[in-house]
Every structure is written in structure tokens, then in C-alpha cells.
Write a protein that binds this ligand. Structure first.
Ligand SMILES: [Zn+2]
Length: 131
């Protein structure tokens, strides 16, 4: 991720942290609103958990409502890991730099725009998810 300036990395990290806080709040609210006591218990327990541990605390939760939030939370955790080991912002298909503008718009992007478009073109089929 040599193509990113320290300032850009900092901005992306802050955007990720902010997004994680929003997701964590939504997940907690959704758990607390659940009609299942088990999920309400988890919501109470994770209030004391650091946001980074939230996804791990939710391993046995699989309601569809919170699922997409949990998936996004895990995606962002993955992006933060890649940032730590220096592979963030590198296209996993072609190895090229992913433009900062694309990362800023889509924090967890793993591919450059060209590779993503090629992938969607190759794999997209009616009724089948492209991600
Ligand atoms: Zn690429």
C-alpha cells in the first residue's frame, strides 16, 4: 500500500472505525429488540466488549436481520488486518494498487475496479449473487 499516503491511511482507518461503531450499535439494537432471550443476553454482554471483539462474540448468532451487519463488520475487521500486514489496497487478482478514491468509497474493496468489473462480467448470472 505504498501508493497511499500516511494521511490517506489515517483517513481510511478513521472511516473504518466510524463504520464499525455504527454497525456495532445497530447490531446491539437489533439483538436487544429480538424476541429471543438468548440474543437479548448477547446484546447485554457485548455492551462491555470492545467493538473489535463484537464480531467474535456473535459467532452463534445467525438471524438474517443482523447477518448483513455482522458480515460487513467482519469484512472491515479483515480490511484492518490487511492494513496491519500491508496488503490492504492491493488488488488480490492483479496485484495493482487499488485507487484511494475507490477505497474511500468502498473501504473493504479487495480488487481494483478493472478486476472487479471483469469478475462481475464473468461470474454474474441471473439469480446468483455476484459477491
Ligand atoms: Zn486488479
Amino acid at each position: 500500500m505504498k501508493h497511499l499516503t500516511a494521511r490517506q491511511v489515517e483517513d481510511l482507518e478513521q472511516a473504518m472505525a466510524a463504520r464499525m461503531r455504527v454497525l456495532a450499535t445497530q447490531i446491539r439494537q437489533e439483538l436487544a429488540a429480538s424476541d429471543q432471550q438468548h440474543y437479548r443476553d448477547i446484546a447485554g454482554a457485548v455492551t462491555d466488549t470492545a467493538d473489535e471483539g463484537l464480531a467474535r462474540a456473535l459467532v452463534d448468532v445467525d438471524t438474517e436481520v443482523i447477518d448483513r451487519h455482522v458480515i460487513e463488520l467482519r469484512d472491515i475487521e479483515g480490511a484492518r488486518d490487511r492494513m496491519k500486514n500491508g496488503t490492504y489496497g492491493i488488488c488480490i487478482d492483479c496485484g495493482d494498487a487499488v485507487a484511494y478514491e475507490r477505497l474511500a468509497a468502498y473501504l473493504t474493496a479487495k480488487r481494483c475496479r478493472d478486476c472487479q468489473q471483469r469478475r462481475e462480467h464473468n461470474y454474474a448470472q441471473p439469480g446468483r449473487p455476484t459477491l
